[in-house]
Design a protein around this ligand. Structure first.
Ligand SMILES: [Zn+2]
Length: 298
């Protein structure tokens, strides 16, 4: 029986003890209620670290976890947060060292490992769906576009910013780059493109045959197909999960058709696409799984 603690720092801080790929006991969080969605915005990094310690502390009572794995948004390398557009105060912080020091009084000797938040979602899906022995990738369709990969491999993996069009008018990505996947698919980008319609209405109008919306919905699917095809051409075929609030707009058959046009080499045909629910608990399980696997590797 393996146990580890998984923590996710996103809209809020959440943590849980994970035993054998399932959450044991209650999920601890700050703030406690889901309704406060921007509690961490503008909070100094030292306070965020203190709140993480507060969340982890009760999880250690009566348990002996093999590791603490934590997921953060942004570019994470070697324990440092190199960039984090959603939590700018953490940019440049070597969060692994800072947390190790802060957790020493209550968790001395327990290894700590830091991951990108989309990678922990990928690990959580791998663990809960029996894919721990395979390469899996995950697209998270939300405000931005997340790209997660399991097994964990050090790297940048900013799949949401893959270039999927050469059209210089495609400039809606939050990072400022042109032609990016997120600039087409992200919720924020869709709002900027359709100043007069909410994304929900765009997909609704497309169903009713509105030409501008129909064309956009095709582009939206083509963009994801292109990004997925790029991933397949770099790392091979395999399982692609799609999750997040906007996965409800996805027509998986249409995505498959476009992908079929883009991937032609025979050894790369063995890919599969599946829409799945994600959520905080999946990410917590994944953070714990990645945390304990990093101990096994070291
Ligand atoms: Zn971008």
């Amino acid at each position: 029986m393996t146990s580890a603690i998984g923590v996710l720092v996103a809209e809020r801080i959440a943590g849980a003890l994970v035993i054998d790929h399932g959450i044991a006991g209650a999920v601890r969080s700050f703030p406690e209620h889901n309704s406060v969605s921007d509690a961490l915005q503008g909070m100094p990094s030292e306070i965020i670290v203190q709140r993480i310690v507060d969340v982890v502390k009760p999880l250690l009572e009566g348990s002996k976890p093999s590791a603490i794995g934590l997921g953060f948004p942004g570019i994470i390398r070697n324990g440092a947060i190199e960039d984090s557009p959603n939590l700018v105060q953490l940019k440049g912080v070597h969060i692994q060292n800072v947390l190790r020091e802060a957790l020493t009084p209550i968790a001395a000797g327990i290894p700590i490992a830091i991951f990108n938040d989309a990678d922990v979602v990928a690990a959580g899906l791998a663990a809960t769906r029996g894919h721990l022995a395979r390469l899996i990738r995950v697209w998270t369709l939300g405000n931005g576009i997340g790209f997660g990969r399991y097994p964990f491999q050090e790297g940048i993996w900013e799949g949401g910013h893959l270039v999927v069009t050469l059209d210089p008018k495609e400039h809606f990505c939050g990072c400022g780059g042109k032609g990016h996947l997120e600039g087409i698919m992200g919720q924020r980008a869709m709002r900027l493109r359709f100043m007069d319609l909410e994304p929900e209405e765009v997909f609704e109008h497309a169903k009713q045959g509105d030409r501008r919306c129909v064309e956009f919905v095709k582009l939206w699917h083509r963009a994801l197909a292109a990004a997925t095809a790029n991933c397949i051409h770099l790392e091979g075929s395999g399982k692609f999960f799609i999750t997040g609030m906007n996965s409800k707009y996805l027509n998986i058959a249409l995505l498959g058709d476009y992908l079929h046009e883009m991937v032609k080499l025979t050894p790369l045909q063995g890919y599969s696409l599946e829409i799945v629910p994600g959520g905080e608990e999946i990410a917590l399980i994944g953070a714990a799984v990645n945390g304990s696997q990093s101990v096994e590797r070291s």
